[in-house]
Design a protein around this ligand. Structure first.
Ligand code: BGP
Length: 478
């Protein structure tokens, strides 16, 4: 009987957010602009996020909701109190690079920015909530894009190292869990959002992307090194947008294609967890005439500074085929290029809903790396309706999370070492892919619509008490 079995003792339950999706105050107290501050909402957003723009117009002209977002910059005390009421053990958040270094470079850090995060960490501490901090979550200072072409340029490794060291030194007594880059593999799909890069017509796309990836991988390893020196009792992980690929049929070509598509993502984690480029990646680079800007020192840094844990997001599984005809039937809203799986449902945004895929993906990650796993994003983006009495019955969200947590527990029973789970967006926040408020994940509702109207008032949805009970019973209620 696995029913009502608890999760491992000390399991880190909580929720996950990102600075640009919650803080607002996008120019306050000396903060510089970042890529995500300048991206449009709606249908143009993904084109922009992909870097498919001819001349990059970095003007502050869009009414992007992140400019105010949910105003966490000013409401963090009230919000953290609600997280504490749910019993959070951990809160995942990111630091906005441009709040600390407004130009992203190696000038003096901005004290007001540093102080803000000190205040947030102190507030979390009041309730014994452990911060889990992403150093970069889709956040590249605009000055680094204008002056250096973002992560195309090797110089960013030094700037990121300086930024990371500044954080470790400042927060060494307050933050013990760190993540270097959020969904590092997203860089291949949403290159402007993930790395502040656009691809010019005369450039080879893969060459640009894999060089930028290499720069982030080296920067990540340098951050690992610095954290271990500065915070010896800390832990630092990588972060993958996970979700395994199924073959559409048992045809060997389909099975190989699915493995190959998985490797497109695992490549990043293979380097971060094992310390070197895997053979299949070297072959890919060679066959595509990609020359990497890789030095002997880079190889040494990668080898010597692997991560302590593997963190990942899981929303969906994916399906692929070696048959170009079958490949035409793509799911909507999937940047990884998945085709429709006839055995699974999709969300309102076309994201495949597949709890069993969560168990399979978790097992794959454990089998491959044998390092502690941390689920740092999972959840259902849905439209919520407020009843006349102000209540919100989000049973669909409870259902999604319940099924996924059930499968996560199965994966733990399978022998996977999982140290924690932070659901995405425990409080409604701005959606990364649409830039809108309509797609909500929260246990806590925020009164704000796509046009930016609303009081920003917080209220509890039905899922609030449900999650509170999950944590109180250490998953025994699942
Ligand atoms: C991940 C990102 C998050 C988040 C989430 C949900 O890719 O790390 O920032 O937003 O997806 O996506 P969306 O907001 O587009 O629904």
């Amino acid at each position: 009987m696995t029913e009502n079995k608890q999760f491992p003792e000390g399991f880190l339950w909580g929720g996950a957010t990102a600075a640009n999706q919650i803080e607002g105050a996008y120019k306050a107290d000396g903060k510089g602009l970042t890529n995500v501050d300048l991206m449009p909402t709606g249908s143009d957003r993904i084109t922009f996020a992909k870097g498919n723009i001819n001349s990059l117009d970095l003007q502050d002209k869009y009414m992007y909701p992140s400019h105010e977002a949910i105003d966490f910059y000013h409401t963090y005390k009230e919000d953290i109190k609600l997280f504490a009421e749910m019993g959070f053990k951990v809160f995942r958040m990111s630091i906005s690079w441009a709040r600390i270094f407004p130009n992203g470079d190696d000038s003096e850090p901005n004290e007001k920015g540093l102080q803000f995060y000190d205040d947030v960490f102190d507030e979390l501490k009041k309730y014994d909530i452990e911060p889990l901090v992403s150093i970069a979550h889709f956040d590249v200072p605009v000055e680094l894009i204008k002056n250096y072409d973002g992560w195309k340029n090797r110089k960013l490794i030094d700037f990121f190292e300086k930024y990371s060291i500044t954080l470790f030194e400042r927060y060494k007594d307050k933050v013990k869990y760190w993540i270097t880059f959020n969904e590092i593999n997203m860089l291949l799909h949403l290159s402007f959002m993930g790395a502040g890069i656009t691809i010019n017509e005369n450039e080879d796309r893969n060459s640009v992307l894999y060089n930028a990836a290499h720069h982030q991988l080296v920067a990540s390893a340098k951050a690992v090194k610095a954290m271990k020196e500065i915070i010896p009792d800390g832990q630092i992980g990588c972060m993958l947008a996970a979700g395994m690929f199924y073959p559409y049929t048992p045809a060997p070509d389909d099975i190989f294609k699915a493995m190959d598509k998985d490797r497109e993502s695992y490549f990043f984690i293979d380097v971060q967890a094992r310390g070197e480029y895997p053979g299949y990646a070297k072959r890919f680079l060679k066959e595509n005439n990609i020359t990497l800007d890789i030095t002997e020192d880079d190889k040494k840094v990668l080898k010597e500074n692997t991560v302590d844990f593997i963190s990942y997001s899981y929303y969906s599984s994916r399906t692929t085929s070696a048959d170009p005809e079958v490949l035409k039937d793509m799911t909507a809203g999937n940047v990884f290029g998945s085709i429709k799986n006839p055995y699974t449902e999709v969300s309102e945004w076309g994201w495949t809903i597949d709890p069993k895929g969560f168990r399979i993906t978790t097992n794959q990650l454990w089998d491959r790396y044998q390092k502690p796993l941390f689920v740092v994003e999972n959840g259902l983006g849905a439209v919520d309706t407020v009843n006349p009495d102000g209540s919100i019955d989000d049973d669909y969200r409870i259902d999604y999370l319940n099924q996924h947590l059930h499968e996560l527990r199965e994966a733990i029973e399978d022998g996977c070492e999982v140290i924690g789970y932070t659901s995405w967006g425990p409080i409604d926040l701005v959606s990364a892919s649409t830039g809108e408020m309509k797609k909500r994940y929260g246990f806590i509702y925020v009164d704000k619509d796509n046009e930016g109207n609303g009081t920003l008032k917080r209220s509890k949805k039905k899922s609030f008490d449900w999650y509170k009970n999950v944590i109180a019973t250490n998953g025994g209620s699942i």
